[in-house]
Design a protein around this ligand. Structure first.
Ligand code: MG
Length: 247
């Protein structure tokens, strides 16, 4: 069941989204060769706590950190730790923040130092696919118009879409209905209306779409080991769509 939000709830989600976006941009700006992913996590935790938010990932189904840090062939749900970022890596930073009972959720993939042109194209196409999906989050459109827009941009750039993980509704819970695949024909699924708030999050692979979960139970990686990118915004359906995690 999709929970529709009242205008006053969307106001609260705007505050949660703003802090989530600030934390994302703060941590993204710290990324450089030589840093560990744990240092990024600790920075995020401090930043969020100092501003009165609660990191929603910490303890979620036992997740041990405040952000997911997913390097190169890791798609999502990478656990921050001793891994040292090196020049030419990419790192996906995914984080959620609760403010006054409402969630924000956002992700960005950042280049560490200088990356290859091919990797830069993966980042650019994934960001563009997110924005194309967001642009469809309008009253009267159908849910899969978002999915289709994401897929068209990603596959049009020569990359593949992860199908095993999807976007989601968001509100008082981090994960609410509906699920939002990043692929499929347009015009399907529920009709979008005001009051729906969606976390749209393309996960796009340079190689094939197949992924697996490591023995740690969290880390999702590409089977072919090729890089993967992930961008996410929390968006209130509207005309124009209202990006709650805008920079
Ligand atoms: Mg999400």
């Amino acid at each position: 069941m999709i929970v529709l939000k009242a205008e006053w709830e969307i106001e609260k989600m705007r505050r949660a989204g703003a802090l989530t976006a600030q934390a994302r941009d703060y941590v993204a700006a710290l990324v450089r060769p030589g840093l560990t992913t744990r240092e990024l996590d600790e920075a995020a935790r401090r930043f969020i706590a100092e501003r009165g938010g609660t990191p929603s990932f910490l303890g979620y189904q036992g997740f041990p950190a405040s952000i997911c840090a997913s390097v190169n062939g890791v798609v999502v749900h990478g656990i921050p730790g001793d891994q040292v970022l090196r020049d030419g890596d990419i790192v996906s930073l995914d984080l959620g923040v609760i403010v006054d009972g409402y969630h924000g959720d956002t992700a960005v993939t950042v280049a560490v130092g200088r990356v290859s042109q091919e990797v830069q194209e993966l980042l650019d196409a994934t960001r563009r696919s997110l924005l194309a999906g967001v642009a469809q989050a309008r009253p009267g459109n159908h849910l899969s118009d978002i999915s289709h827009a994401v897929e068209e941009v990603a596959t049009g750039a020569g990359f593949s879409v992860v199908v095993d993980f999807v976007g989601h509704g968001i509100g008082r819970e981090m994960h609410e209905d509906p699920q939002i695949p990043n692929y499929g024909p347009p015009g399907r699924g529920v009709q979008l209306k005001r009051g729906m708030v969606l976390a749209i999050e393309p996960m796009i692979n340079m190689g094939g779409p197949d992924v697996r979960i490591r023995d740690d139970g969290w880390t999702v990686e590409t089977i072919d080991g090729k890089p993967s990118a992930h961008f996410e915004h929390t968006v209130a359906v509207g005309d124009p769509p209202d990006v709650l995690t805008a920079p």
